[in-house]
Design a protein around this ligand. Structure first.
Ligand code: 5AD
Ligand code: SF4
Length: 484
């Protein structure tokens, strides 16, 4: 039996952000009472594990979900054997959904042995009604389902689920609400993602994101700056500004602000050393942004600029609003203005109607743009999107063969691009101990390349000069030069 709590408030009924964060803090306290009570009963603090699927937006949401759990007193764990397991799901490609179903089967077997285990699901996949129907039918042991628009209500919903024998489901179709000032538990002490906007208005015809993450909403610059200042006071030196299309930031604010203007404000924050951002839509990349990047000491030399396809015909069918030539012109301009800029991209192979000629156009752009790296995806049919019902879907064997050719080319070019910084000394943010060799640390260059070099744990979170001695294809070995 499921208990369907559908809560889709009227637009006029949205509470004010400050009221809502106060309300949620009340539920975090209530959760805390549950945790204390359970700890007294069992002699052990309950543990909680949040598993993230998908993109950096989800990774950031998971930090907030963990923050709520930690604040309530749960012991955070990486182990799915924990007393509470929350999956923060992704649905951008079919594979992402299949992974979640597979792992839910495993969680079900754990719950058979431990009936008190609490299983919760949230994120993009839950915004799809067919998914929720399937979970109700095939995975009835799930305790709580919520979506992308009401993630700030996690503490409240978990309180309800803990009081109920039934599955609690709370899904909103959309929202214009942004709740500020909730706790966070960052994965890294020294770097953090910061949402600057939510949702997407572009409706690329293959993409499900606008349906599951709703319309574009920007946070106010003063809220963003305040959040970063707080993080910097807490040890953060690098931020990644996050949005589906950061180049259209600020258009819907009461007092419109451009993304470049926001970057200028973020740059002023003392103690912040590095600024990254993701993702830029090529159609909206302004000259003002190029100027700000070029003149900045803090903005990293890396731009993620999804191409999707090199064929102007397909780009039109994808609703991308640029042509092959416009994309190539933009890349040439960026390289001219910032010769040390790394440009990375996303490419989809096998979009409906893709002919060999279209695919060759993509290969041509890859050769000419010389991407520093590229994420390549096989087109995945997402029901509800316009492309899913386009008649000329490309056969699997053809797509696989093209995908192989594209991957080989992308890798060849990435290797060549990585060689460009060989022998240079560059500032590196040390991120972690090397996973294979305990004498090495792993750090990141401004252009996003990784370098491994001899170092010690106390260096983590600091920026040090490193000579890039040996290029290993997609990463470097180096040595620190403390005197540079
Ligand atoms: N099939 C394959 N790839 C997709 N992406 C988005 N939707 C799909 C889809 N239906 C890719 C795009 C996007 C990246 C995040 O995921 O390349 O830039
Ligand atoms: Fe999807 Fe296009 Fe929006 Fe990116 S810009 S999230 S690909 S609809």
């Amino acid at each position: 039996m499921t208990d369907l709590v559908r809560n889709e408030p009227e637009r006029s009924g949205y509470p004010d952000s400050a009221d809502e964060s106060g309300r949620q803090r009340h539920f975090i306290e209530k959760l805390g009472e549950y945790v204390e009570d359970r700890t007294r009963r069992t002699g052990k603090r309950p543990s909680a594990c949040v598993v993230t699927f998908g993109c950096q937006m989800n990774a950031r949401d998971s930090e907030k979900l963990r923050g709520i759990l930690e604040c309530a007193g749960f012991e955070l764990s990486e182990d799915e054997g924990a007393d509470l397991v929350l999956y923060n799901t992704c649905t951008v490609r079919e594979n992402a959904n299949l992974k979640v179903y597979g792992r839910l089967g495993y969680l079900g077997s754990l719950k058979k042995k431990d009936p008190d285990k609490v299983i919760a699901l949230c994120g993009c996949m839950m915004q799809e009604p067919e998914v929720v129907e399937k979970i109700k039918k095939s995975y009835p042991f799930v305790n709580l389902i919520f979506g992308t628009h009401n993630i700030f209500k996690f503490a409240e919903l978990l309180c309800t689920a803990l009081d109920s024998e039934r599955m609690i489901i709370d899904l909103w179709k959309d929202t214009d609400q942004i709740v500020e000032d909730l706790p966070e538990q960052r994965t890294y002490r020294f770097k953090s993602g910061v949402n600057i906007m939510f949702g997407c208005n572009n409706f690329c015809t293959y993409c499900i994101v606008p349906y599951v993450r709703g319309r574009e909403r920007s946070r106010r610059p003063e809220d963003i700056v305040r959040e970063i200042e707080k993080q910097v006071a807490d040890g953060v030196c690098e931020v990644m500004l996050l949005g589906q299309n950061v180049n259209s930031y600020g258009k819907n604010l009461e007092e419109p602000v451009t993304f470049a203007q926001l970057l200028r404000q973020v740059e002023q924050i003392e103690g912040l050393s590095r600024i990254r951002f993701m993702t830029s839509h090529p159609k909206d990349l302004s000259s003002e942004l190029i100027e700000v990047m070029k003149n900045s000491e803090k903005i990293c030399r890396h731009l993620h600029l999804p191409l999707q396809s090199g064929s102007s015909r397909l780009l039109h069918r994808m609703n991308r609003h640029y042509t092959k030539e416009q994309f190539l012109d933009l890349v040439a301009r960026l390289r001219r203005e910032m010769p040390d800029l790394a440009i990375t991209t996303d490419i989809i192979v096998g979009f409906p109607g893709e002919t060999e000629e279209d695919f060759e156009e993509t290969m041509d752009v890859v050769r000419r743009a010389e991407f520093d790296s590229a994420f390549t995806f096989i087109y995945s049919r997402r029901s509800g999107t316009p492309a899913a019902v386009m008649p000329d879907q490309v056969p699997d064997e053809v797509v696989k063969e093209r995908f192989g050719r594209l991957l080989a080319l992308v890798q060849e070019i990435s290797r060549k691009q990585a060689l460009k910084v060989q022998g240079q000394v560059q500032p590196v943010l040390v991120e972690m101990m090397n996973e294979q060799d305990p004498h090495l640390v792993t750090g990141r260059l401004s252009n996003n390349l990784l370098v491994h070099f001899p170092g010690t744990p106390d260096m983590i979170g600091t920026i040090v000069p490193v000579e890039l001695t040996r290029c290993m294809g997609f990463y470097y070995y180096g040595t620190m030069c403390p005197d540079r």
